[in-house]
Design a protein around this ligand. Structure first.
Ligand code: FES
Length: 83
C-alpha cells in the first residue's frame, strides 16, 4: 500500500502547444490550442486526466487531513494536522 499526499484541489490546465516537441507532430493551430486538464487532486477515476472529482476536495477544511476510499468517500483522520 502506498499513501500519497495531494494538496491541490483543482487540475492543471495544459495546452497542447505547451508540450515539448509537439511542433514535430503537428503545426495545426487549432489543434495546438487544444486544452486538457491533468488531475492534481488524486481523486480522478480517469487519471491522468481530470474527471471533476476534485469538487469533493473543495469541501475540505484547511489544516485538516483527509483520506479517501475507493468510492471517493472522505474520512478526516487527524484534527490537529498542520500540513
Ligand atoms: S483535479 Fe483531480 S479530478 Fe480534477
Amino acid at each position: 500500500m502506498r499513501l500519497v499526499r495531494h494538496d491541490r484541489n483543482h487540475s492543471y490546465r495544459i495546452k497542447l502547444k505547451d508540450l515539448p516537441g509537439i511542433d514535430r507532430l503537428t503545426t495545426d493551430p487549432a489543434l495546438l490550442e487544444y486544452e486538457f486538464k491533468i488531475c492534481a487532486c488524486g481523486l480522478s477515476k480517469n487519471k491522468p486526466f481530470c474527471d471533476s472529482s476534485h469538487h469533493i476536495a473543495k469541501k475540505e477544511e484547511d489544516g485538516k487531513l483527509y483520506v479517501y476510499d475507493a468510492s471517493n468517500t472522505a474520512v478526516r483522520i487527524d484534527d490537529s494536522y498542520e500540513g
